[in-house]
Ligand binder design. Structure first.
Ligand code: XUL
Ligand code: CO
Length: 429
């Protein structure tokens, strides 16, 4: 008798690592990971790329899609998937969930009608909304940007669209509102006034923050950095750039970041760098847990499958104190040949299972405490008298010059011990 293997399609898929109720580092796995399924890649994208059209043939895309009946069918399929993989949260753009109408008023009504469908389904299933966002990049009116558009009427239109989806996010109990830059960037300086466009963006974000306080939204507003694509140069390049922008417009206490793995690597950073920096700057919010392809220089939005990388990212999230309003969103799409409905289930479930496994790796690293011990020793001097006086502003350049001369010190280099630390890391994988 042959043993059932992973490759028997009838073998039911089971989580091997993800146990939602298991305690890990003081919280349940479900509370630590706060998984979210995104609407856009999984239900709105038909499998097209620049060279070819639809491959998935979802029923709600038939005849060009676009009817409200199909939007409802899509919502049924979406909530069925959330239930199948036991995902506690979802995320959406307004245009993913409902078709664009003949006017903004009609588009907004369409979004609101599906919002009512969501409200019922959320109450029935217990699935919650991690974040909502507006699609300010697909329609041709936004080809030169939304808030950064040279035409203030486009700014106003985008503001009206954001108001509708932000209000809906609030009414659905969404825990965050996200702004990804879309086409807020440029192709050529020959037609772009950067200073003006940044001021426009700063104004737009200020309006969103004011609206948050007006409606009493208790969640976080998040910007999602990305260095390029669709624009050659995106204004929200990376975490450091976003922080500088927030400071310039006085919003660094109001807005945090949603960090995406593939956006980090496109900006020339590791995922964990971006999370660590956001934590250091006090703006860590949430993550989009997908990966790129090492050989491709664009945003491939693949489901995560690199355990060491994921463990390092989750370690930085622990160092940031874990998620508060944020969570772990799979902004990830199937490869376009993965056309069976169960491919969608397996992709999410396998990604969730591997995240759970990565969390267990992180648990071992945190409990061992080796890394923190090493860091404490490495920086111990800064907790001593000299370090505290320097940082406390008690020493001028003159003072330090006199002190070095008087003491006759000659600081000796110490090993950074990188290979030893890498060996330490590999013990837990
Ligand atoms: C685009 C991207 C977006 C945001 C939401 O690269 O990541 O889907 O996550 O607008
Ligand atoms: Co994203």
């Amino acid at each position: 008798m042959s043993k059932k293997s992973f490759f028997d399609r009838e073998t039911p898929f089971e989580y091997r690592w993800y146990e939602p109720g298991r305690m890990v580092l003081g919280k349940t796995m479900a509370e630590q990971l706060r998984f979210a399924v995104c609407y856009w890649h999984s239900f709105a994208w038909p499998g097209s790329d620049t060279f070819g059209g639809e491959t998935f043939m979802r029923p709600w895309h038939a005849d060009g899609g676009g009817s409200m009946k199909q939007a409802r069918q899509k919502a049924d399929a979406a909530f069925e998937l959330f239930g199948l993989v036991n995902a506690p949260f979802f995320t959406f753009h307004d245009r993913d969930i409902a078709p664009e109408g003949a006017s903004l008023a009609e588009s907004n009504r369409n979004v609101r009608k599906i919002g009512e469908v969501f409200e019922k389904k959320m109450a029935q299933t217990g699935v919650k909304l991690l974040w909502g966002t507006a699609n300010l990049f697909s329609h041709r009116r936004y080809m030169a940007g939304a808030a950064s558009n040279p035409d203030p009427e486009v700014f106003a239109y985008a503001a009206a669209q954001v108001k509708n989806v932000f209000d809906l996010t609030h009414e659905l109990g969404g825990e965050n509102y996200v702004l990804w830059g879309g086409r807020e960037g440029y192709e050529t300086l020959l037609n772009t006034a950067i200073g003006r466009e940044l001021d426009q963006l700063g104004r737009f974000l200020t309006l969103v923050v004011e609206h948050k306080h007006k409606i009493g939204f208790k969640g976080a507003i998040l910007i999602e950095p990305k260095p390029a694509e669709p624009s050659k140069h995106q204004y929200d390049f990376d975490v450091a750039t976003v922080f500088g922008f927030l400071q310039r417009y006085g919003l660094e206490k109001e807005v945090k970041v949603n960090i995406e793995q593939n956006h980090a690597t496109l900006a020339g950073h590791s995922f964990e760098h971006e999370i660590a920096l956001a934590n250091a700057l006090g703006i860590f919010g949430s993550i989009d847990m997908n990966r790129g392809d090492e050989l491709l220089g664009w945003d491939t939005d693949q489901f995560p499958n690199n355990l060491p990388q994921m463990a390092l990212a989750l370690l930085e999230i622990q160092r940031a104190g874990g998620f508060t309003t944020g969570g772990l969103n799979f902004d990830a799409k199937l490869r376009r040949q993965s056309i069976d409905p169960d491919d969608l289930v397996i992709a999410h479930a396998e990604a969730m299972d591997l995240c759970a496994r990565a969390l267990l790796v992180t648990e071992k690293m945190v409990e061992d405490g080796g890394l923190e011990r090493h860091l404490r020793e490495r920086y111990a001097g800064w907790d001593g008298k000299l370090g505290r006086e320097i940082l406390g502003g008690k020493k001028s350049l003159d003072d330090l010059a006199a002190w070095v001369e008087k003491k006759g010190i000659d600081p000796q280099p110490r090993s950074g011990r990188q290979e030893w630390l890498e060996a330490w890391l590999n013990r837990w994988i």
